[in-house]
Design a protein around this ligand. Sequence first.
Ligand SMILES: Cc1cc2nc3c(=O)[nH]c(=O)nc-3n(C[C@H](O)[C@H](O)[C@H](O)COP(=O)(O)OP(=O)(O)OC[C@H]3O[C@@H](n4cnc5c(N)ncnc54)[C@H](O)[C@@H]3O)c2cc1C
Length: 712
Amino acid sequence: MTEATHANLLADSVRRMLVGAARWSDVVEHGYAGFFSIEHSDSLADLLIVMTEMGRRASMLPVLEAAIANRYAPGLAGAASRLGLAIGTFGLHEHASSLVFARERVQGTARFVEGAAEADEWLVLTDDCFLCVVRRDAEGVTVQPRPALAAGFADLHFSSLARARSLTPAQVTELLTIVRLGRAARAYGAALAGFEAALAYSKQRKQFGKAIGSFQAIQHKMANSHMALEGCRLQLTAAANALDGGAANWRALAASATAFASGHLRKVALETQHCFGAIGFAEEHLAPELFRRVHTDVVRLDGVRARAELGECLLAADGASIDCLLDRSDDAVGPFRKRFREWLAKHWSKQESDASRARPECERPWDLFFAKRLGEAGWTGLNWPKAAGGLEATPLEQLAYAEELIKAGATDYPLICSCRIMAPEIIAHGSPLLKQNMLPGLRAGTVTACLGYSEPDAGSDLASLRTRAVRDGDAYLISGQKIWITDGHRASYMLLAARTHPDPELKHAGISLFVVPMSMPGISVHEMQAMSGQKFCSIFFDNVRVPVEWRLGEENAGWSILATALANERIAMGGLAVRVQVLLKSMVQAVQQRPQLLRDSLTHDRIGQLAAELVTSRLLVAQTLEFGSSGAAPLEQAAMAKVFASELAQTMCETALDLLGSEALLSKGAKDVPADGEIELLLRTTIMFVVGGGSNEIQRNIIAQRGLGLGR
Ligand SMILES: Cc1cc2nc3c(=O)[nH]c(=O)nc-3n(C[C@H](O)[C@H](O)[C@H](O)COP(=O)(O)OP(=O)(O)OC[C@H]3O[C@@H](n4cnc5c(N)ncnc54)[C@H](O)[C@@H]3O)c2cc1C
């Protein structure tokens, strides 16, 4: 059974149990009170699935509490006891006075304990690291209810006999981590249920004569919430798997999941309420209960502390800790990564790496010698089918390839458009003549290309492009203008989209794709300087004669080929997450050299938050690639990965400006420049990532319309 099938079955069975007014006895009967007990599964991943389902119903049945008792104090509480959990001073907001265990008694006060009205026994974590069980009716327990946003809060005063188990500091850390992740999963479930209900509502509630879900303001709110929820889900799964598998980075991943959830779920709950309008404000609606659950759990995640912990962890160590948080070198692509890394070590010298790093990276270094070396070793066919002599690397292997290049300070820019984007389309749709002409050079790494899609009046609305290709015997005559073409001044070929049907109303159905040598008579190139330092070009076509054999696919059938090429372009953008990772590493190093900043808790908080966002970005990219490797077009996933990474890159630069001030404005080469000048450079470049490859607004439209099924 696959992991996903198991998760779905488990979630289904919990959902069935929770139909109607589920009681604690139902939970016990179904075995969900037995997590981490000897006879039960001890997977945290499973516990989080159950907690998510609890959250969906805003249920406070104490599955988490039972799991904690089973794992850390087996046999101390009754097997069917309904437990309330007091974590005393270990909870950031939950303490008043200290809780201690001495002479068989718990002494002290625990504040803001949930489930007070129903608990049979209290599970109390004392400051001196004892996990105690106190009977509800024990002498010396006073329960003082505290009316709050969600029902069932109480302060507990103890001077009572207890059974106790002593825990090691490592066990306490692990216990608290599981509590936080459990609460995060429940908050996630509640936020998800609210979101799903709001999504359904936005499809049927009509205003101004149409469903409110067709308004872009609502669609973009939904897209943002969906991204945040996906980020939470992926992070919780990664953290649970890391803890279950005993991975070295489980603490950092758990802090990251907690920090991410606490930063995003409340916003999702608020946006959900906004989408419902007044109807969601009525207490008889399900939204208020979910809203209360999300806010109550999130506040008790100690997200602030998780961010600080993550920040401290990164700032205390060298940059390797960031790689350790994000790297997947031990994953399924390990052997591939190792092979490419070893090849790079032999074929990309330290001097070349230093020289390359000294150049502004976003000027897109055009290293044709290195491109040839890649060709000689066959890396040019990275994503080509084996039948065409390619490596047929999986999308995750392609990402590993891009990551290793960036880490080594090398680039394969001259080959991205030609080998990664154009070549697979030539292999799939090219005529025999075109293949014969193009493939040897592409394989050798000597062919470069640019992408000719955008026009002055066709940016986001690409299908309204007007460049014409008119059939003239065995050739087409191409006339028109392309604009903002990256590398148009130095690429040897262009992958060009032109209108082949005379009726402009046909839009998508009238477009064909061509491979056009840039040396053809009738092409003139006008260079423009981009803010990032790179050149992009306006390119004019005046009756450029291109043989029919250089068309890709059937006439007027170019749009679907273009869609694949665009998806490949967004996959290539996955490398952006790695650049952000490199920048975070440099920022951490810069902060480490500034003692005043290093002492400031704000610095820890901001670095921790960025790291948590970066983990999500990396997971979204991986999800896109995994989805893509199943053969489906990962449109919605690619859109999420692109939006998230590009906006994170912006936030990263803005944060660097906040923390490092004017120094962060210094350019590469300036004396004492932090992060090697990458901050101001990436700040300029990020605009391109947000606007290019389909702007983020368009990507949000895709997420909402294709991913969430909201109508236009
Ligand atoms: C550095 C750089 C390099 C580039 N390289 C290339 C290249 O090599 N080849 C190539 O073909 N193109 C290239 N482009 C062009 C790029 O693809 C376009 O910029 C992009 O598609 C957006 O089009 P536009 O700039 O015309 O913006 P517009 O489409 O005019 O959009 C302007 C604003 O309106 C918003 N908007 C537009 N329509 C909608 C809508 N329906 N809903 C909501 N908001 C909307 C956009 O999101 C954006 O915020 C490059 C761009 C840049 C900045």
